[in-house]
Design a protein around this ligand. Sequence first.
Ligand code: BJW
Length: 316
Amino acid sequence: MESEQQMSKQLREFQEHLKKSKKIVALVGAGLSVSSGLPTFRGSQGLWKNFNMIDLATPDAFYIDPGLVWQFYSWRRVSALKARPNRGHLALSKLSNLSSNRDNGKKVDYITITQNVDGLSSRSNHCKDNLYEIHGSLFNLKCTSFMCNYVDRNNFKHPLTKALADTEDEYEKKNRKRTLEEIEQQDLSISPQFKPVVQLTESDLPQCPVCKDGSLLRPGVVWFGESLPLNVITKIDNFIESETPVDLVLVIGTSGTVYPANSYVDRIKLKGGKVAIFNTDIEEDILQGKVKDTWGFRGDAAELLPVALEPLIGEI
Ligand code: BJW
């Protein structure tokens, strides 16, 4: 285990570099939302009703059993709405607002690239102009028909259909969009994790209101094998590849196993940027300062980020 001394040496060096950094990227993964009560994908947390979450996040899974996949995403939507942004989200939100508020003397060019679809960064008062949700959002719905480009954004309704309500732990009688506050106040004491999966037919699931043939709606997230939103990827590419190189990339709560998110770190490093990792699981070599231009902080990102970023963002 890293010694206190090693940790504070890393923190001192990191903060020196942070204070000098003019251009910063944060790459965020599921670990950031753990202390808000949401599970990660991989490892022991990545199970839903005995299904591997990764196996459900694929076009094939939806094609084979849309009812199963919709039950999974219905649970994810409720869990995310019940969760609140934590101090790690707030720290990044403060960093994001440094770049939009240039009167405070701290000029930082900054973007958050989040792989999370839970909406917690957006709900933490993060500046909207520099937040990129590259894997989409649980609260966007889109039509499955190639011929239709219907998208319903920021849909916080629960349940989306009566049948999906029956698979969850509560049933909203009024079929209307509800406010975030209403959803946060509801009693969710019985976890739907423990209710069995039920067999649903397509008519039980959300349907496109535009398509005449009643095509299914699907969650507006990016599954394996699918392209990421091109406009978002282009903006990130422009930020990373512009003439001024990125000084620092914060790699927060991600296993770094998924492309293209994981490629950003190497691209930034290649252009001279330094790396700071915030994760509960970090290689020993990094913790011991043996990996060039890389700092590692082991622990809960929600606790580590406010401390590490304090020289720029002040106290939270
Ligand atoms: C803490 C903590 C705490 C815990 N504090 N830390 C071969 C065949 C087919 C495709 C490919 C292939 N090779 C490469 C590909 C491309 C593929 C890919 O990368 N596959 C790899 C798995 C091999 N990528 C894609 O398909 C992407 N599209 C694409 O590339 O298009 C072009 C293309 C197409 C086809 C072929 C080739 C190119 C799309 C990727 C979409 C990923 N989608 C998901 C689901 C999103 C919707 C949803 O949420 O349901 O995104 S999968 C899942 O993984 C989700 C996550 O955003 C993503 C990353 O996971 P993350 O966030 O890193 O979570 P974990 O669980 O992995 O890690 C958590 C970390 O937190 C751990 O390190 C913990 O230690 C840590 N932690 N508590 C701090 N308190």
